[in-house]
Write a protein that binds this ligand. Structure first.
Ligand code: NAD
Length: 396
């Protein structure tokens, strides 16, 4: 099959196996180029196939020689259709990790369900005994509550009235104004059901009662804050309310886990192009400007640099350094005053005519393509490739 990108809005429905392999290989090479650290040894990553979860898996495997179990929801290829990027990423990760002598197994299915939790527990019991780090990195537009069977969908809306700001169509570069109506009825409550902490707590309850957590196990989930200009759609929006619930959950889990020497906390990560973040209005334009400023200052990072810094320098470098709300901050460079001031200045100027020069919209496009294995120099996109690729630990 000759595989080309098929982009519709903020979704790409094709993925390239050789490009995803290249992406994973580059992330592994980055971690190998860094010093190793005394980190976790047995890691469970929930949401392990793309974005921050995949980077967490790679950073702990190659940074601290961890054995990993990854849980995700991805689509294998068919005769007519490519697999999803996360499928190919995981196939590549397992192939390389196994060749390098690392234990890495994966579970593909709905992490919100009781069945997948049980399968994961069985695998931990069988292969690892216990885990000492649980990374919760799910991003999903919907969740079926295993107790009630009801399916909830999330929304990306403001909560305090209509929000009007600039936004960009990243592919065309058209900058225009967008007005987003506030969430109505139970939309916020439904978003909290999907992206809040309920499922994280269910995972931790299940792992704890099955006896598969070490006494000093840590668990981390990811959140975002961002600048004031995106607060109405992010921090104070429906997704922000879900993240508030995630934070309340972290505090509750922590008070229980710390009695034995463990901990639960959030890490505030940088805004980066992932499948989840590209769906948020306004944020892609902010990222295009942010990347320009951070690159000029030599402080730009991708998911793998962020997750390596998180685990190597912040979580496993002695006493964990928390902010005033018990969160770890790897958005520290994004939120620097000089960075934010320059982004705000560019924000007021940016329009369809100057976006290519005053922002890094081209890098945004490249990053978006790379999520699906496109735009890698090392890959021949005219070559016929076999789209059917299996994940070594999964036989389907
Ligand atoms: P992503 O879309 O790249 O990854 C989502 C992961 O969740 C994938 O592995 C996917 O397979 C998995 N998943 C989705 N639904 C699932 C289900 N039902 N069962 C099992 N697995 C499922 O997203 P991301 O941007 O890496 O987001 C991860 C976390 O990081 C989220 O909490 C997000 O809010 C947070 N975060 C993201 C950014 C950003 O800019 N991207 C910034 C800060 C924090």
């Amino acid at each position: 099959m000759i595989i080309q990108p098929k982009i519709r809005g903020f979704i790409c429905t094709a993925a390239h196996p050789a490009g995803c392999y290249e992406s994973v290989k580059q992330q592994i090479e980055y971690v190998k180029s860094q010093d190793k650290f005394e980190g976790p040894k047995n890691v469970l990553v929930i949401g392990a196939s793309t974005g921050y979860g995949l980077a967490s898996r790679i950073a702990t495997t190659y940074g601290s020689d961890a054995k990993t179990i990854g849980v995700f929801f991805e689509r294998p290829a068919t005769e007519k259709r490519t697999a999803s990027a996360g499928w190919y990423n995981t196939a590549a990760f397992e192939q390389i990790a196994h060749a390098d002598g690392f234990y890495a197994k994966s579970i593909n299915g709905d992490a919100f369900s009781d069945e997948i939790k049980q399968q994961t527990i069985d695998l931990i019991k069988n292969d690892l005994g216990k885990v000492d780090l649980v990374v919760y990195s799910l991003a999903s537009p919907r969740r079926t509550d295993p107790r009630s069977g009801e399916t909830f969908s999330s929304v990306l809306k403001p909560t305090e009235g209509v929000y009007t700001n600039k936004t960009v169509d990243p592919m065309s570069g058209e900058v225009k104004e967008i007005s987003i109506n506030p969430a109505e009825g139970d939309e916020v409550a439904r978003t909290v059901k999907v992206m809040g902490g309920e499922d994280w707590e269910m995972w931790m309850d299940a792992l704890e009662s099955a006896g598969v957590l070490t006494e000093t196990a840590k668990t981390v989930a990811y959140t975002y804050i961002g600048p004031e200009l995106t607060h109405p759609i992010y921090k104070n929006g429906s997704i922000g309310k879900a993240k508030d619930h995630l934070q309340e959950t972290a505090i509750r889990l922590n008070s229980r886990m710390q009695t034995k020497g463990g901990s639960a906390f959030l890490s505030v990560n940088k805004a980066l192009v992932t499948q989840a973040s590209s769906a948020i209005p306004v944020v892609p334009l902010y990222m295009a400007l942010l990347f320009k400023v951070m690159k000029e200052k030599g402080i730009h990072e991708g998911c793998i640099e962020q997750m390596t810094r998180l685990f190597k320098d912040k979580v496993y470098a002695g006493e964990i350094e928390f902010d005033g709300e018990s969160r770890v901050r790897v958005d520290d460079w994004e939120m620097r005053e000089d960075v934010q001031q320059e982004v705000a200045d560019l924000w007021s100027q940016v329009n369809s005519d100057n976006i290519e020069s005053i922002s890094d919209i081209q890098a945004y496009r490249d990053d978006f393509h790379k999520l699906f294995g496109f735009s890698f120099d090392a890959v021949d996109y005219d070559a016929d490739v076999d789209q059917i690729v299996s994940i070594p630990s999964i036989s389907e």
